[in-house]
Design a protein around this ligand. Structure first.
Ligand code: ADE
Length: 241
């Protein structure tokens, strides 16, 4: 549905700019498999920027001590503002995201929403985080990928980019498979099986071998509902339970 929305509104190719202190860390996740293919096919443009390129310090430093005396360095506003301002002078951005453990929890709904945007910047946090004025004046959205603390925001940025990219039209060879993902209908995905139909006596459910599409659809729905009840009852409404 979200992919179709993108086709109907006729968006240009989506662009994600990632600003980071560790560009190499993003090399592998953004240059393999579906994301790599999507980039090559012109489905998405992903540009990684080294924040140090925007430092005017002779040692390319981009951090300093916290005024509050807390241990740990704080990312300074100047290079970040310079990087974001340069990008904003070149095109419009729908969202400027900061990855941080105290942001809103990332989920499929946010991935769907972001996949409809045209251009997005992701600023990766590091050290003790960024000067609060960055968050107050330059950032439009703060996202956490879970209630745990990583050494930096790069892996979070890679996860957010991955979840968005696979939703874009043309990213997956079988478009419908993104639509039948877990969480897309507030249900987890049903179990899947492949050949052999009988392995050491562990059998594939009979109905899946029946060739009856209606019965198979019914089984898939019931299996998805049952799994969701057992594993993630919080996703279901009262009447589903
Ligand atoms: N940076 C450090 N921990 C993070 C998290 N859980 N989510 C997003 N960015 C982070």
């Amino acid at each position: 549905m979200w992919s179709l929305f993108r086709i109907f509104v006729g968006n240009d190719i989506m662009r994600i700019d990632i600003i980071t202190l560790l560009p190499e860390l993003l090399n592998s996740p953004l240059n393999h498999s579906i994301i790599n293919r999507a980039r090559k096919a012109g489905v998405i443009e992903i540009i990684v920027h080294d924040l140090r390129d925007y430092s005017t310090d002779k040692h390319k430093n981009v951090d300093d001590y916290a005024f509050s005396g807390e241990a740990g360095m704080v990312m300074q506003i100047e290079p970040i503002d310079r990087a974001i301002s340069k990008l904003k002078s070149e095109r419009e951005y729908s969202d400027i995201i900061y990855t941080s453990p105290d942001g809103e929890n990332f989920n499929q709904k946010i991935a769907n929403e972001l996949s409809t945007k045209e251009n997005v910047i992701i600023l990766c946090g590091h050290y003790k985080g960024v000067d609060q004025r960055v968050r107050d004046h330059l950032i439009t959205r703060e996202i956490s990928i879970g209630d745990y603390v990583l050494t930096g925001g790069e892996l979070a940025a890679a996860i957010i980019t991955d979840a968005i990219t696979r939703l874009l039209p043309g990213a997956m060879s079988d478009e419908s498979s993104a639509l039948s993902d877990s969480f897309q209908d507030d249900l987890l995905s049903p179990a899947v099986y492949t050949r052999p139909a009988n392995y050491k006596g562990w059998k594939v459910p009979e109905v899946l071998l029946s060739g009856n599409p209606k019965k198979i659809e019914e089984w898939k729905y019931n299996n998805a509902l049952e799994r969701t009840k057992n594993r993630r009852p919080d996703l279901l409404s009262e009447e589903d339970m």
